[in-house]
Design a protein around this ligand. Structure first.
Ligand code: ITT
Ligand code: MG
Length: 202
């Protein structure tokens, strides 16, 4: 297949990289992880997903000299006033650990009854043509769900085993990968981004 574009993925998260590859490779994108260029993790100092995604994309593009795609995402839980939000990756502190983050989430909701455990994943994608691109392409999507009281399923990453998807009657970790990519915050944001790239950049 003809390569439509080469880009660097500004993420060190193996779960995200797997999902991006599955979605972008069939569309003809040559997707390179930022580790190929020894891009190190930037400090995520923003107060919004979009600021953090911009910081990540800019750094990856600056170091690699390629267009960059960054994802800043997280889980917003209503009963926790939106936490862990932009702090989802480091909810239980450093070093980042999905297992400890999940434990902390269960603990924080231990008194919260069924029916009051609503939440959503957010994904903000930023695409930069180059490090100083003044016209970033930005797409944000959410995915509604409920936080389970016990983990279910082995797939996905992050909080997926605790994220119940009512329409499918499964946790995100029980959904087949293609199904998660079709429904998820990241999958739908990426679809939106690809559509916008065709309009904005031809
Ligand atoms: O910044 P990069 O290098 O991309 O990797 P990261 O894991 O630090 O990524 P974020 O800063 O964007 O934090 C997002 C966190 O939100 C959670 N998360 C986001 N999308 C998710 C998904 O599809 N399934 C499960 N958890 C998700 C998960 O805990 C991630 O670590
Ligand atoms: Mg991060």
């Amino acid at each position: 297949m003809q390569t439509v574009a080469t880009l660097v993925l500004a993420s060190g998260n193996a779960g995200k990289l797997k999902e991006f590859n599955a979605l972008l490779s069939p569309l003809g994108f040559d997707v390179r992880p930022q580790s190929d260029f020894s891009v190190s993790e930037v400090e995520e100092t923003g107060l919004t997903f979009v600021e953090n995604a911009l910081l990540k994309a800019r750094e990856a593009s600056r170091i690699s000299g390629l267009p960059a795609l960054a994802d800043d995402s997280g889980l917003e839980v209503d009963a926790l006033k939106g936490a862990p939000g932009i702090y989802s990756a480091r909810f239980a502190g450093e070093p980042k650990s999905d297992a400890r983050n999940n434990q902390k989430l269960l603990q924080a909701l231990s008194e919260c009854p069924e029916g009051q455990r609503s939440g959503r994943y957010w994904c903000v994608l930023v695409y930069l043509r180059h490090a100083e691109d003044p016209v970033p392409v930005i797409v944000q999507r959410s995915w509604e769900g409920e936080i389970l009281a016990h983990p279910r399923g082995e797939g996905g990453f992050g909080y997926d085993a605790l994220f119940w998807v009512p329409e499918q009657a499964m946790s995100a970790a029980e959904l087949p990968a293609e199904e998660k990519n079709r429904l998820s915050h990241r999958g739908r944001a990426l679809q939106g981004l690809v559509d916008m790239l065709q309009v904005v950049h031809g």
